[in-house]
Ligand binder design. Structure first.
Ligand SMILES: [Zn+2]
Ligand SMILES: [Zn+2]
Length: 134
């Protein structure tokens, strides 16, 4: 195992992955689509080039949340695992929380900050984008 590799997976272990190198992005998303998909008021995503991600067991099942967005989850335990947009096929995002050690990556941005739940108070130095990142 190479030292730049990180592992992750769902709660039950049916879906596991390995990623090489660090993600090029890591953010909190406050949008209502992520909220409803995951069932959490904000979701942390880590963004990779597709070739960095290797599914080592079964693939997550994908749900098309819009014409372009595909959200992967474990069919056994329901864990949200991935997000991709078919207009940008070179990228794949994974849920930061599905990393075996989520402390390895720190978010640097908030996206869709306008939709952040009002009682959620996050004080940090991250850049805030009112909508998606540019
Ligand atoms: Zn699972
Ligand atoms: Zn979102």
């Amino acid at each position: 195992m190479n030292e730049k590799t990180m592992q992750g997976g769902c709660q039950c272990g049916a879906v596991k992955y390995e990623v090489t190198d660090k993600p090029f992005g890591a953010e909190y998303c406050h949008c209502s689509m992520c909220r409803k998909t995951v069932g959490a008021v904000t979701v942390n995503w880590i963004d990779f080039k597709v070739e960095q991600v290797k599914w080592t067991t079964q693939l997550p099942k994908e749900y098309a949340s819009s014409e372009h967005a595909f959200r992967g989850f474990c069919v056994e335990c329901g864990c949200s695992m991935s997000f991709r947009d078919n207009r940008r096929p070179e990228f794949l995002s994974l849920t930061l929380g599905s990393l075996d050690d989520p402390s390895l990556v720190e978010p640097t941005q908030h996206i869709y900050a306008d939709d952040q739940v009002k009682w959620l108070n996050i004080v940090d130095e991250c850049t805030r984008f009112r909508q998606g990142a540019v």
